[in-house]
Write a protein that binds this ligand. Structure first.
Ligand code: NDP
Length: 458
């Protein structure tokens, strides 16, 4: 479905990441004349600087515990060593492959991939390195970028972008922040043998997650030897020879080989011409859009992290799909943002779907089901790691409002539970489901006794 030859293209997409590629590929498949402008390599944050390389390093780091756990099962494994450089090289080779796939997907769909930085000139015009092109619609899918606050020595710190490219594994690393990225990197480096200090400005990691998840994960991280400095702010970072001295506001300075800041990400909207074109931005620079991903300018749309709604790859992909279906396939759609499952790839991992207890209590009277146990695997491995599962149930309707897990395979387990929550499953239906034995997952359908009300801290 083309929108006439008035413009060079029906759609110009800025950014070849998850959201932009899905939208562009579908729009082209439905007959749109599409150009995708990418300043870096096709693939975006998830494929090149986020989920994928991170998960590969998570896999790589897990072997350390597998080797240790194997001893309890009779294995004798001597002399296992890890080559950081070899892992990074293997990871980079895989990213090159994925980059090629992303470019091919666009090419095969008939979209025109243009290298360069696109800047919006007016609601239908984009400039790429001095060349102007026009489109009926412009889709902004430029994602986000790590944010490092201002402080003396800011120039010495790394973000997740560089942490994925380190030539050597740091022996001592200070990680600032307590969100997804901070805790995931803390686990990768710790598992591979680094001395890891996590510096958080508040009293607990993973703001926004259920309190039982936050407390359980912190306990597990500390058991592995990750030091968590709570209520702590970095005052400055100084380079002293080959190392860094990190000074804190209250406690003593600490020496480290590397300082990683994982203090959040912000939309990549600076100098993109958006405000000049009349596009309304939020205070944090993200694009304000409606349920159809339309900005305050009729012809300009945005999907993914640049809109700062739910900053997850599958959400960006779905937003891209919704956009293309609505505007290029005459199939109006919106995305339902409730019950989106997510995971934190720590060791053990976290996965959740639905409401936290705190959120649920705002509108519901709830029953809580919590179980904590030592996974069967660790009866012989001897590892002191415990699993926590929690269900939050609406007292009035019996609907399960939230599922939370900290424990091995949590993301693999919770993905299935997300279907149940989407379908509106009740606790009675969870109870009527026969478990798979012996698994950890079966605990989600065998929790019978709610936490006594007297034991619930309000
Ligand atoms: P988050 O927003 O998750 O966490 C930021 C952390 O930095 C918080 O602990 C916050 O503390 C702290 N912080 C913020 N500003 C400062 C400051 N000035 N000084 C000290 N600490 C500060 O950001 P991330 O960078 O970890 O991740 C960005 C986003 O990327 C996530 O929100 C998520 O959407 C996505 N992501 C998803 C992953 C997944 O799905 N597995 C993995 C990685 C990233 P406080 O809590 O006190 O505010």
């Amino acid at each position: 479905m083309t929108q006439g030859q008035r413009y060079d293209y029906d759609l110009i997409t800025l950014g070849a990441g998850s959201g932009g590629v899905r939208a562009s590929r579908l729009a082209a498949k439905y007959g749109g004349r599409v150009a995708v402008i990418e300043a870096s390599r096709p693939g975006g944050t998830c494929v090149l600087r986020g989920c994928v390389p991170k998960k590969l390093l998570v896999y790589g780091s897990h072997f350390a515990s597998h080797f240790q756990d194997a001893l309890g099962y009779g294995w004798q494994i001597g002399g296992a060593t890890h080559d950081w450089g070899a892992m990074i090289a293997a990871k980079n080779k895989e990213l090159d492959r994925l980059e090629g796939i992303y470019a091919r997907i666009l090419r095969d769909a008939g979209a025109n991939l243009i290298a360069g930085r696109g800047v919006i000139v007016d609601p239908h015009t984009v400039d790429v390195g001095g060349k102007r092109m026009t489109a009926g619609k412009i889709l902004v899918a430029v994602g986000g970028w790590p944010v490092v606050p201002d402080f003396p020595g800011r120039e010495h710190v790394l973000t997740s972008n560089e942490a994925l490219e380190l030539k050597e594994r740091p022996k001592r690393i200070v990680i600032v922040g307590g969100g997804y990225i901070a805790v995931e990197f803390a686990c990768i480096f710790r598992a591979l043998g680094s001395d890891v200090t996590l510096v958080i400005r508040s009293g607990a990691i993973l703001r926004g997650f259920d309190q039982d998840v936050r407390a359980t994960l912190a306990e597990e991280l500390e058991k592995q030897g990750i030091k968590i400095q709570r209520d702590c702010t970095v005052h400055s970072v100084e380079k002293k020879g080959g190392e860094y001295s990190v000074r804190f506001d209250k406690s003593e300075a600490m020496a480290a080989d590397c300082v990683l800041y994982a203090t959040g990400r912000a939309a990549n909207t600076a100098n993109l011409g958006l405000e000049e074109a009349g596009v309304q931005l939020k205070k944090n620079g993200s694009v304000v859009v409606d349920a159809q991903n339309r900005s305050s300018v009729e012809s300009i749309f945005a999907v993914g992290d640049v809109t700062d709604r739910v900053n997850l790859t599958p959400v960006a992909i779905n937003e891209g799909r919704v956009f293309a279906e609505t505007f290029f396939n005459n199939n109006p759609m919106t995305l339902d943002y409730t019950n989106i499952a997510s995971a934190v790839f720590t060791q053990p991992p976290v996965s959740v779907v639905g409401l936290t207890e705190e959120q649920a209590r705002k509108d519901h009277k709830v029953r809580l089901f919590i179980t904590r146990f030592k996974p069967m695997k660790h009866t012989l491995s001897g590892r002191d790691e415990r699993t926590m599962m929690k269900l939050i149930v609406d007292k009035a309707t019996d609907r399960v409002l939230g599922c939370h897990m900290v424990g091995e395979d949590a993301p693999e387990i919770v993905q299935g539970l997300a279907v149940a929550l989407k379908a509106g499953a009740t606790k009675a239906q969870f109870d009527a489901t026969v478990g798979i034995h012996p698994t950890a997952a079966e605990e989600f359908v065998t929790m019978r006794d709610p936490v006594p009300e007297k034991d619930i801290e309000l």
